[in-house]
Structure formats: C-alpha cells, structure tokens
Design a binder for this molecule. Structure first.
Ligand code: GLN
Length: 252
C-alpha cells in the first residue's frame, strides 16, 4: 500500500517546522512497511488531486498568505471537490485560516477557499503559548504550540478540540481548530504530528481507507517516547488552569 502526500506551497507556508508533519506521515507509514511519496507543490505548480491522498498546508505570515491566496484561488474548485470526496487534509495556522472564507489581516482581506465555514480576523495581541486540547477523537490529549494574530470563528463547524490549556481559535471560545469530513484545521504547530502520533495515525487510516476502500487496522508502533513527551506537557500545565483564566481576561 502506498500514499501520496502533497505538501502545498512549502516555499511560502513554512513556519515553525510544520514540514515535520510530512516526515511523521512518511516515517509512520515506512515503519509499518507501507510506502510514501512526497509531492512538494511549489507556488505556481499545478496539482492533480486524483493522484493525492493527503494534503498538508502549513503556517505562514500574513504576507505569505497574501501570496498563496492567488495560487489557491486557481485550484479552489478542485480542492473543494477533493475534500467533499473525503480527501485528507491537515491545515495548520495560516493554512487553516485559508481553508475558510477569509482572513482579514491588519492590512487587507485575504480570500480563502471557503471549504470550511469559518472566518478569521486579525487583532493586535498575538495568541502565543503552549496549548493542550481534549479532542473526542483521541484518547491522549493533543499538545502543541500556537502563535497567531488571527481570531477564528468556526460558526456551526465542529471544533478539533476543547482547550484545556492555551487560547485556541479566539482566546475566549474555549475551542481550538475545526474538523470537517477528513480535514483537520488547527492552530497547533510543534510540529503537530510527531508530538501527537494518534492524530497522525487517524489521518493515515482515513487516507488508506479512502484509497483502498476497505477497513484498515494499522499495526501498533512503539510510541513510548512520544507518550512520555506528551505527558511532560500535560503535567506541566495541569495545575495551571488558573493562568488560563487570567490570560483569557487579558486577551478579551
Ligand atoms: N499570519 C497568521 C496569523 O498571524 C498565521 C500565522 C501562522 O501561521 N503562525 O494569524
């Protein structure tokens, strides 16, 4: 079995090691004897979604998002069809914002793909900190790092998780990210997947099941080290929920 992972615009959307998510997809496939092909799609390149099983959109600065916006508009219809057909997407921070209707940055309104029914607006205080979520999809808490000026309203869409510690979509809603079909949009850098192997396997399973049309049971891997790292973060913040309350007061 083989998956093709398209990394969209790594020349522009490349903040905080988000490309580590690609490495994680590749390694966790290879460790199970499965094949992985990485397809970097540079700005201006065309993309054939029929040959793609997973898409990664990383984070970017407002300036880079402005540039990417034009390229995304060119592939908007095909991208939407891919998502509606169950295509797997992981979109982080700037990439997450661009899956929505728009991101109103300090300078201008950047048009998004309209794949998720979400909207984002910039505010002067950046939301920067480690973050921990509880997601109904995963047994282990999801850990990461957030750094964004945008506040994202997810309207009626389902959040990725409930914020246990950190700020999330708006700093006040108590929720982080958004899930729709096989798309996860999130503010979590880190990169997300090496810190949260359960999330990586969830996406790999979805992609394999879509491609091969059968129920997939992934071989268990030894995630002792990953789990230890996750627990360090959870323990560090479990007694600090009061800080969160103070922070929310300051950011709202
Ligand atoms: N430019 C966006 C913001 O500040 C996204 C930043 C990012 O991808 N880290 O909200």
């Amino acid at each position: 079995m083989k998956l093709t992972i398209a990394h969209l615009y790594p020349d522009l959307l490349n903040l905080y090691g988000d490309r580590g998510n690609i490495q994680c997809f590749v390694k966790r496939l290879e460790w199970r004897g499965l094949e992985a092909k990485v397809l970097p799609i540079l700005s201006g390149d065309s993309i054939d979604f029929s040959k793609v099983d997973i898409v990664l959109l990383g984070g970017g600065s407002d300036r880079e998002q402005e540039l990417v916006c034009g390229y995304l508009q060119d592939i908007k219809i095909k991208f939407k069809q891919y998502v509606e057909d169950g295509g797997v997407v992981l979109a982080v921070c700037g990439g997450y914002q661009l899956l929505g209707h728009y991101y109103k940055s300090k300078k201008e309104k950047i048009e998004g793909l309209g794949i998720l029914d979400i909207t984002t607006e910039w505010k002067p205080k950046r939301l920067i900190r480690n973050i921990i979520l509880h997601s109904p999809l995963f047994e282990t808490p999801v850990v990461g790092f957030e750094n964004h000026g945008g506040r994202t309203l997810i309207h009626k869409q389902t959040p990725f998780g409930k914020v246990f510690f950190g700020l999330g979509n708006t700093g006040r809603s108590g929720y982080e990210g958004c899930i729709y079909k096989n798309v996860i949009g999130t503010y979590l850098h880190g990169p997300l997947l090496p810190k949260n192997p359960e999330v990586c396997d969830y996406l790999l399973k979805k992609a394999l099941e879509r491609k091969y049309g059968e129920r997939i049971v992934l071989t268990e891997l030894d995630d002792t080290l990953e789990q230890k790292a996750n627990q360090v973060m959870v323990k560090r913040y479990q007694d600090k929920k009061y800080v969160l309350t103070e922070t929310i007061k300051r950011y709202t």
